[in-house]
Write a protein that binds this ligand. Structure first.
Ligand code: DAH
Length: 326
């Protein structure tokens, strides 16, 4: 056999070997003391210098190649000879990342409102007491403040205001109104914080989407229509039942809550109502000229209902077994 033939027959033998013993036998056949390749290497010294140089280097390249192939393949078998890795197996699929379900719901919800001509704006997570409470008609010492368990921030040098982590996205109502002239309609997706015990439907950190529509004759009927449109689009293909129920928030009058029926139980997903005249006064709008509705919907609640997630804490667990399902 010449060098080329030795090479191809050795490679073929290694590739089709299925046990450690077979590989060892192949090593002996080609590289052992009486192996085919060894014979060639040994006979080199009888050749003229020129031929010896060419054939010698080719033979050595082949020797290294076969040694490597044998070592690689032998490593696929455990001590007991069992297969530990199959180099002939198809490659692993590279999995692509995707948005977190809450990011996805927030983006989807914003998009639906954008499709109804709402602008999407965002605001700061560290807020002043004024925007989070006072300007929303929730003065200090008002019992309604207890509706929002608050993370207060240590005041730093030069802070004129008490700072906190916003307990809802509602402060953006005032921030936006101060800088805008109605009519307008906006939504504000964002992260909120509450200093409270966690359970399956409460987290210290959660997401809301605030809505505000102000115009000459915006009424509660408009609100009902917009929200019905939103829910139909968001839960497209899912049969959902919802209801409006009177409620109280200091910054709206009248106030309502929207519930969705889930497994026979009503689950609150949003607070809303007609913007309180006092709030318009804080924004220097004449409440006799302007009317509006506002709402704040829980993004986590929407996600739980849409994807059938039983516990809000799963969203924040960072558990890939959970996240990979979306
Ligand atoms: N900010 C309220 C909360 O987090 C929800 C809410 C209620 C928002 C009524 C509104 C509203 O805009 O009009 O509990």
């Amino acid at each position: 056999m010449n060098l080329g033939e030795i090479g191809s027959s050795a490679r073929e033998a290694i590739n089709s070997a299925t046990t450690r013993e077979a590989l060892e036998q192949i090593r002996l056949n080609y590289l052992g003391r009486k192996g085919e390749l060894t014979e060639i290497l040994r006979s080199l010294k009888e050749l003229p210098v020129e031929e010896r140089r060419v054939l010698g280097s080719e033979a050595n390249v082949l020797r290294v190649e076969l040694e490597n192939m044998l070592a690689d393949k032998t490593a696929n078998f455990g001590e007991a000879g069992e297969m530990v890795a199959d180099i002939t197996a198809p490659g692993k699929k590279v999995s692509r990342g995707h948005l977190h379900p809450l990011s996805r719901v927030m983006a989807d919800a914003s998009k639906i409102f954008a499709g109804m001509n709402f602008s999407v704006v965002t605001g700061p997570e560290a807020e002043t007491e004024y925007y989070n409470f006072d300007a929303l008609n929730i003065p200090a010492n008002h019992p309604a403040r207890e509706m929002w368990d608050t993370f207060w921030l240590k005041s730093g040098k030069g802070d004129k205001q008490k700072m906190l982590l916003r307990t809802h996205t509602s402060p953006m109502q005032m921030r936006f109104m101060e800088k805008s002239t109605p009519p307008f309609q906006i939504v504000v997706p964002g992260r909120c914080f509450r200093y409270e015990a966690t359970d399956m439907s409460h987290e210290v950190n959660f997401y809301q989407l605030e809505g505000l529509m102000v115009g000459k004759d915006v009424n509660l009927g408009n609100f009902k229509f917009i929200i019905e449109e939103f829910l139909k689009k968001f839960f497209v293909g899912q049969k959902i039942e919802f209801r409006f129920r009177p409620s109280y928030f200091p910054f709206v009058e009248p106030g309502v809550e929207v519930d969705i029926k889930l497994k026979g139980k009503w689950l609150e997903i949003m607070g809303a109502g007609m913007v309180h005249p006092r709030v318009f006064e804080y924004a220097h709008y004449n409440p006799k000229d302007w009317q509006g509705f506002a709402f704040g919907v829980g993004i986590d609640r929407l996600a739980m209902i849409k994807y059938g997630v039983p516990d809000i804490r799963l969203f924040y667990s960072g558990d890939l077994r959970f996240l990979k399902q979306f």
